[in-house]
Design a protein around this ligand. Structure first.
Ligand code: MG
Ligand code: ZN
Length: 221
C-alpha cells in the first residue's frame, strides 16, 4: 500500500514538472490555456463546437481532444471548423497527463494562437490531480446530472476557475435545482465564475464567449 502511494507521488511530481514546462512554453506565447473537465456526456465537445463557430473568425484556437477510445470528439471539432486539432486516445487511462499534452503540442503549430482548449477525458476524479500546464480548469455540469455533484467531487470544483451549467433547456425534465447547484458549488469554491448555457439553443453562450475574449485580452495586455 505504502509502495503504491510512493509511486503515485512520484508520478504526480514528474507530471507537475512537465506541466511547469508546458506552462512556461504557453506563457511565452501568451496563450490562454483552458482544461475542460466534466463527467462523460455533460457537453464538453458541444461547447467547443459552438465556441469554434462563434470565435474562430477573431480568435486563433488550438484544441486537444482526449478520449479513452476513438477520435470521435476530435473529428467533431474538425467538422465544426477547428483548424488546429489533435486527438489524444489514452487507450484506457481515465485522465490526460502532462506528457500527453507535451506530445500533442509538439504536433500542433501553436506559434500564433491565442487560445488552447484541452478537452479532458470525461471523469471528475483523477483529472483534478493532473496539472496539464493550463491557466485554468473549467468544469462542466449538465442539468441531467445530480445538483450535488460539487459536493461529491469537491476537489475538482475547488481547482476549477469556472463552472458551466449546460443543457439548461432540459431543466424541468429532472429534479435538478439550479439555485441548489450554484449554492453547492460556491460553498466549495466561492471564486467560481458560473455560466448557464444550452449548446442546443445557444442560450447563455454569449457571456461564455465574452469571458473568453476578456481572458485573451488580459493575457495580451
Ligand atoms: Mg467529448
Ligand atoms: Zn485517471
Amino acid at each position: 500500500m505504502t509502495d503504491r502511494i510512493a509511486i503515485e507521488k512520484k508520478v504526480l511530481s514528474e507530471n507537475d514538472r512537465l506541466a511547469g514546462e508546458i506552462r512556461v512554453q504557453l506563457q511565452a506565447r501568451r496563450i490562454v490555456a483552458l482544461n475542460l473537465v466534466s463527467s462523460p456526456g455533460s457537453g464538453k465537445t458541444s461547447l467547443l463546437e459552438k465556441t469554434i463557430g462563434a470565435l474562430s473568425g477573431s480568435v486563433r484556437m488550438a484544441l486537444i481532444a482526449g478520449d479513452v477510445q476513438t477520435e470521435n470528439d476530435a473529428n467533431r471539432l474538425k467538422r465544426a471548423g477547428g483548424k488546429l486539432v489533435r486527438p489524444i486516445v489514452t487507450g484506457g487511462a481515465c485522465h490526460l497527463d502532462a506528457k500527453m499534452i507535451t506530445r500533442a503540442l509538439g504536433e500542433l503549430d501553436i506559434e500564433n494562437i491565442d487560445l488552447l482548449f484541452v478537452e479532458n477525458v470525461g471523469n471528475l476524479v483523477c483529472p483534478a490531480s493532473y496539472d496539464l500546464g493550463e491557466d485554468m480548469k473549467v468544469v462542466l455540469i449538465s442539468t441531467t446530472e445530480g445538483d450535488d455533484k460539487p459536493l461529491k467531487y469537491p476537489s475538482m470544483f475547488r481547482r476549477s476557475s469556472a463552472m458551466v451549467i449546460n443543457k439548461i433547456d432540459l431543466m424541468g425534465f429532472s429534479d435538478f435545482d439550479l439555485m441548489q447547484v450554484r449554492r453547492n458549488a460556491l460553498m466549495i469554491n466561492g471564486n467560481l465564475n458560473i455560466f448557464e448555457t444550452s449548446c442546443r439553443t445557444g442560450a447563455g453562450l454569449d457571456s461564455w464567449y465574452d469571458w473568453l475574449r476578456r481572458l485573451i485580452a488580459a493575457k495580451r495586455a
